[in-house]
Design a protein around this ligand. Structure first.
Ligand SMILES: [Zn+2]
Length: 315
């Protein structure tokens, strides 16, 4: 079975931004230092202590892939790591068979500069999409100031992935209605909703069929939108492998969307805190018995390969 990890991160340097005001830098033994006005605790754990120098290079991840029987991966960025555009361009050159698609990072808080950075990322670095995470680079997805950036994304014909955050009580998180406006406005742009849109899934009062998730899954009416189930182990921390709650969430998503617009990702290395990388993939591969075998293959790799494979080769 072809397995594609459609959500993972590696970094060559760590100099990112958290919730708009805090900067990140490497500490040791899986921890990261936060500095800035709102840095309440100056150090945060992102990974297990075995990440001795808090680094996550591509070659390390390739070892994890081999260990877990994962064939290919999609390079995703995030504001918390800082831009890896040059690094990801290099990785696509060095490991074209392993990394099938690379997302760019641009900072939408300065839309004019973001447009220039995106042109470089796509035309010079040959990255294939762009990812936004509004909670960390605070902006409203439908702000008139960022419409020229969305126009540029449409003009370039690239994929846009969005992480809406996990905390419904916080500003700039869970901008579902604004996200819908953008998806509807650009029917020619392929969108990926990461982590199933967050959908308050960490709230244990929400049980199958997960009413908040059902509202998010209503966005399936837009055929240009794909759904990704990456990192769900992170909101089911109370649980243990094989994560019954993750399986129920996958079931709800699959029942609503089907397997042709749904794909798995690990959220490595952050998710290493919850379970091992083989366990992360085996929640689907060895469990989720409700899935017909053909649909399981699609969710674990077939759909991501169909969606990303060809787009990742366009220059
Ligand atoms: Zn992630």
């Amino acid at each position: 079975m072809l397995v594609v990890d459609a959500h993972m991160h590696v970094w060559e340097h760590l100099d990112g931004i958290v919730f708009g005001t805090m900067r990140t830098s490497k500490s040791r033994y899986g921890k990261v230092t936060y500095t800035g006005a709102d840095a309440k605790s100056d150090i945060a754990r992102w990974m297990p202590p075995s990440f001795a120098d808090s680094a996550a290079p591509a070659e390390m991840f390739l070892g994890y892939m081999e260990w877990a029987g994962v064939d290919k991966a999609v390079l995703l960025q995030g504001p918390v790591y800082g831009s890896q555009n040059a690094y990801y361009a290099d990785l696509r050159q060095r490991y074209p068979d392993k990394f099938i698609f690379s997302y760019a990072f641009v900072d939408p808080r300065d839309p004019q500069r973001a447009i220039k950075d995106l042109e470089v990322a796509v035309k010079v670095y040959h990255l294939n999409g762009v990812k936004f995470e509004p909670p960390h680079t605070p902006f409203w997805l439908d702000d008139p100031a960022v419409i020229p950036l969305w126009d540029k994304i449409a003009e370039l014909g690239i994929v846009a992935a969005v992480d809406l955050g996990w905390h419904p009580e916080r500003t700039y998180h869970m901008q579902n209605d604004r996200f819908e406006k953008i998806v509807a406005r650009y029917p020619g742009t392929p969108f990926v909703l990461l982590h199933l849109g967050g959908s308050d899934l960490g709230n244990l009062e929400q049980q199958y069929p997960f009413p908040a998730l059902q509202r998010t899954l209503g966005l399936r009416k837009y055929p240009n939108l794909y759904f990704e189930i990456g990192g769900l182990v992170s909101v089911c921390e109370h649980d243990e492998y094989p994560y019954t709650r993750v399986q129920e969430i996958v079931r709800a998503a699959w029942e609503a969307v089907g397997a042709d617009r749904l794909f798995w990702g690990s959220d490595w290395p952050y998710a290493e805190q919850m379970c091992t990388y083989p366990q992360n993939v085996n929640v689907i591969r060895k469990f989720c018995d409700f899935l017909p075998e053909a649909d399981k293959q699609k969710i674990l790799g077939g759909t991501a390969m169909a969606f990303y494979g060809k787009r990742g080769q366009e220059k």
